[in-house]
Design a protein around this ligand. Structure first.
Ligand code: SF4
Length: 718
């Protein structure tokens, strides 16, 4: 019954919390909680029948704070909806329990059959950014060795891929924030592009206070979000461009910085390459032209450029709002270019960073879940990387398949001839979260066999042939890597339900049944040690880490090579390219400047609410969160609503060639009249991704989530 220090199960801020197990574990019935309670200083366990109590813990990122998702996370553990034994779907669509032995035997048989009949690449694996480092690593190894398949990718493709690609291209390394979160405290100027941290990770906003007090918080967002409102009363500036015009805005700001002679020319000469090409590429983006495309007044553009240059500690931070575009990599690159031109990156007091979203979005992309990468963030096509990892795995390099295909392409191949016939899904709910969601649902139904590992019957699990129930965060050991590249320990506070297993055990059992080469330990500590070996010499080098060191509270920022300490702040001396310099890559809009709207249509942007996380598969099952936000609501400007006959709380229909969403309207002057907003957490015909397209960024594979043409009309009801 001792308190256990761990971190939140949800977002990448990974707020520190202490769990105190209840005297007696809650029964499922007892776990049903009242609809609303005041937030206590410590969320009691026994008093409301939860398996653990949760208290925020002092830590540099959250300083003891938790948002309401974190406070209520214990309800997931004892939920009456929890799957507590493997389930098999019958021909009539109903699910019935099946023993672990029978379930794993069946899965192994079907995997062998798919490979024999259609080839190894007929088996696909879809991972998640919420998996621990150990699970993400083992999933990549299991897919490539035990299944012999190249077809693995993960839901981080929808989250971090554009910023990751831009960071790798510019710096030779992608660590979301290449500095500590607490370093932001000393900044007097922070430019937040497309990020609503006040709702997505509320404890983070305390780190914006210094900039706010200096009047230097600048928020770029088409909506007047909770984060944009932090700029009120002299705290800063809210810039409200048209959706999808972020790249032009950034090109225009860079143009102004150069035209006004605000660039750090000494820094550019010492620390970068490629500046001359940039100068030419932004020459045509003069303020009047940028205003025409973005809607941002010339006066505001000039003010923005001069504020950025005048800051004594200036950070530029991007989020999904500017990255989830078909030109997301170039947009993130333009933000990096602006930061480089101002001389911000790799200094002690300024910088550029991107805010990772999912809990282990950072670690999830470092250890081999990406279709083109091996552990240590190594390229799978690099012969030296293949040889190193093969040595750790005890196989020949030729036994590691080549590069696979990114997530949207993988999902597009479901059930198709020559495509994916059997799919394993771990920690993802693609029926809700993937673009063009209904085509994904149809693809899943066309599979020969679908296996889903989850805690609940998510919308994706409901289509599976076999569902395997897995441990949750408070029931397992492991590590997560936060948005600042700090490796953190996840610790077990309570035992899982009797019929629930860890994915590591599942991989071990399946690998044994498949006579797979290599060793698959079910012990997280042993897997972490192997992961660290596999990462040695790579970009994300963990080779100096182990659980003992992490348990001692070492602030372990990677790279953390053996025999060395960690690296809280990157690039102070050199960037990760061979020549030690950052690469300025000149980018220009690639024919995506035409307005998204077809005649009579509006531009849809999707995003998150405070109460929900990702597809909502977890948070929709927490009573307090579901009561506060039970359904999708379309945010629409009152003037637009009046023209369409929409009323506040009345029903609306959003439609395009891919699908139709019916939901209530929420009238708000916080959004542009040409734009509507839908949260993406909701199921059935309120899935925002019924409307988004599977078009992707050619560099990162990121889908377009922030610029979709929709027709909107008032309807009488659902
Ligand atoms: Fe959890 Fe993120 Fe909320 Fe912190 S901000 S409590 S990590 S969901």
């Amino acid at each position: 019954m001792n308190p256990v220090d761990t971190h939140c199960p949800y977002c990448a801020l990974q707020c520190a919390m202490t769990l105190t197990p209840a005297a007696a574990a809650a029964t499922p019935a007892a776990a049903a909680t009242p609809a609303a309670r005041p937030a206590p200083a410590v969320r009691p366990a026994d008093a409301i029948g939860l398996p653990v109590s949760i208290a925020g813990r002092a830590f540099p990122t959250n300083r003891g704070g938790l948002c309401k998702k974190g406070w209520t996370a214990a309800e997931l553990l004892g939920s009456a909806e929890r799957i507590r034994e493997p389930m098999r779907r019958a021909a009539d669509g109903s699910f019935a329990p099946i023993s672990w032995t029978d379930a794993l035997d069946l899965i192994a048989d079907r995997l062998r059959a798919s490979r024999a009949e259609h080839g190894a690449d007929s088996v696909g694996v879809f991972g998640g950014g919420g998996l621990t480092n150990e699970k993400a690593y083992q999933l990549g190894k299991f897919t490539r060795l035990a299944l012999g398949s190249s077809r693995i990718d993960y839901n981080g493709r929808f989250c971090m891929s554009s910023a990751a690609a831009a960071g790798n291209r510019a710096f030779g390394l992608d660590r979301g924030l290449p500095f500590r979160v607490e370093d932001l405290d000393a900044a007097d100027t922070i430019l937040m592009l497309g990020s609503n941290v006040a709702q997505t990770m509320p404890p983070f906003i305390g780190h914006l206070d210094g900039a706010r007090q200096a009047g230097g918080l600048i928020v770029v967002d088409p909506r007047r979000t909770a984060t944009a409102r932090l700029t009120d009363d002299g705290a800063g500036l809210h810039v409200q461009p048209a959706p999808g015009t972020d790249l032009v805005l950034l090109l225009g700001l860079t143009h102004l910085v150069l035209a006004e002679r605000l660039a750090d020319t000494d820094y550019l000469a010492r620390r970068t390459t490629g500046f001359d090409q940039l100068r030419y590429s932004v020459a045509g983006w003069y303020p009047q032209r940028v205003q025409e495309h973005t809607g941002v007044p010339v006066r505001q553009l000039r003010e923005l450029a001069s504020r950025l240059a005048a800051g004594r500690g200036t950070y530029i931070i991007t989020g999904r709002g500017v990255e989830q575009h078909v030109d997301g990599t170039d947009t993130a690159t333009a933000a990096i270019n602006l930061a480089l031109v101002l001389g911000l990156v790799g200094t002690t007091h300024s910088g550029y960073g991107t805010l990772t979203g999912q809990g282990n979005g950072q670690g999830g992309r470092e250890h081999g879940q990406k279709c083109d990468q091996l552990p240590g963030y190594r390229k799978i096509t690099d012969p030296a990387a293949r040889a190193h990892v093969a040595g750790v795995w005890g196989v020949e390099p030729e036994q590691i398949p080549g590069a696979g295909i990114p997530a949207v392409e993988l999902l597009g191949a479901l059930g198709r001839p020559g495509g994916i016939r059997t799919l394993l899904v771990h920690g993802a709910n693609v029926v809700v979260s993937a673009p063009d969601a209904d085509s994904v649902r149809r693809g899943l139904k066309n599979l020969d066999f679908l296996v889903v590992c989850d805690f609940f019957f998510s919308e994706t699990a409901a289509l599976a042939d076999v569902v395997l129930p897995v441990t949750q965060w408070a029931e397992e050991e492991g590590t997560m890597t936060s948005l600042e590249g700090r490796v953190l320990r996840r610790r077990r506070a309570i035992d899982p339900p009797a019929g629930v297993r860890s994915e590591l055990w599942i991989f071990q059992e399946l690998a044994r049944r498949l006579d797979a080469p290599g060793v698959y330990s079910a012990d997280p500590s042993a897997v972490f040690d192997e992961l660290c070996q596999a990462s040695a010499g790579g970009i994300a080098d963990y080779s100096g880490l182990d659980y003992t060191l992490l348990d001692a509270g070492e602030p372990a920022y990677w790279p953390y090579p053996a025999g060395s300490g960690g690296t809280p702040r990157l690039f102070l001396d050199r960037f990760a390219h061979d020549d030690g310099r950052a690469r300025i890559v000149a980018v220009t809009p690639r024919g995506v400047l035409a307005p998204a709207q077809t005649r009579g249509a509006l531009t849809l942007i999707t995003g998150r609410l405070l109460e929900h996380y990702q597809s909502g598969a977890q948070t929709r099952r927490v009573a307090e969160l579901a009561t506060a936000q039970p359904e999708a609501r379309m945010q629409v400007h009152p003037a637009t609503a009046a023209g369409l006959g929409l009323t506040d709380g009345g029903w609306a229909e959003l439609a395009n060639e891919r699908g139709t969403v019916r939901c209530r309207a929420q009238l708000s002057a916080d959004i542009r009249p040409d734009t509507v907003f839908l949260p993406f957490h909701f199921p059935a015909d309120q899935r925002a991704n019924l409307l988004t397209a599977a078009a992707t960024d050619p560099i990162s594979g990121m889908p377009e989530f922030k610029r979709t043409a929709v027709r909107v009309r008032a309807i009488a009801g659902p």
